[in-house]
Ligand binder design. Structure first.
Ligand code: ADP
Length: 236
């Protein structure tokens, strides 16, 4: 039986008096590539913050890898890549290698020195996103799409089993979006990393993901991509 990576039951969340998430139930299995889609204001970021333990639901519960998140200790099983549109300007004084190395800081501590195996991990991560040849370049000199690949490499250095991406193609040039999604598919298929991708663009992601969840305060659909396509065709 495949492992449950994210299990959410009966989750509700309110900001002051406004209920923004209502009775959410969601199951993500190991190896799934889930696209979480919904319009602006539908609660996507709030749900992510609940999954990452930053906000606490009013009702319901969340388990990650079978553990209640209130008892979760090994958060390095989870990588997170946020919207990073134009986050570094050209003067930012850090190399690509250094930025990716930061992904290991929580594991090895800031002052404990970098072992050869840590360096190797950074190299492997950069290779897995096709950015190794840029290792010595300044991060600020790269395009939005290249920077986003570097941020994925930074999330990968600690060997996460689940990678959460919040609108990762914001700031990626249109002609590079396709290869960016190909990279995500490869990470999913070749490394077996479970992916949760948040997007407001239903059109582009339904071809890329294995499962779709449609959020608008409630989950209006959750199932395989094929079921999603059948359901939307019937609606049309
Ligand atoms: P999405 O990520 O889908 O755009 P959000 O989770 O950011 O949606 O927002 C869901 C709803 O919660 C929106 O109506 C938004 O205005 C509201 N909201 C988000 N953050 C806050 C906050 N810190 N305080 C009050 N309301 C908020």
């Amino acid at each position: 039986m495949s492992q449950d990576v994210i299990k959410i039951e009966g989750l509700s969340y309110s900001y002051e008096r406004q209920k923004v998430l209502k009775d959410i139930n969601l199951l993500v299995k190991k190896g799934d590539f889930l696209g979480l889609v919904g319009p602006n204001g539908s609660g996507k970021s709030t749900l992510l913050k609940c999954i990452l333990g930053i906000q606490h639901p009013d009702e319901g519960k969340i388990e990650l890898f079978g553990t209640d998140i209130r008892k979760m200790k090994n958060w390095d099983k989870i990588g997170y890549v946020s919207q990073k549109a134009n986050s570094f300007n050209s003067g930012f004084p850090a190399s690509v290698f250094e930025v990716v190395s930061l992904g290991l800081v929580s594991k090895i501590g800031l002052f404990n020195g970098f072992k050869k195996s840590d360096k190797q991990k950074v190299v492997e991560s950069l290779k897995s996103v096709g950015m190794y040849e840029f290792a010595n370049r300044n991060i600020g000199e790269l395009s939005g799409g290249q920077q986003q690949r570097v941020f994925i490499a930074r999330a990968l250095v600690s060997n996460p089993e689940l990678l959460i991406l919040d609108e990762p193609t914001v700031g990626v040039d249109a002609e590079n979006v396709e290869s960016f999604y190909q990279l995500l598919s490869d990470l999913n298929a070749k490394l077996g990393i479970t992916l949760l991708l948040v997007s407001h663009d239903i059109g582009i992601i339904t071809d890329k993901v294995s499962h779709v969840a449609c959020l608008n305060k409630r989950l209006h659909f959750h199932g395989s991509r094929d079921k999603f396509k059948d359901a939307t065709e019937k609606d049309l």
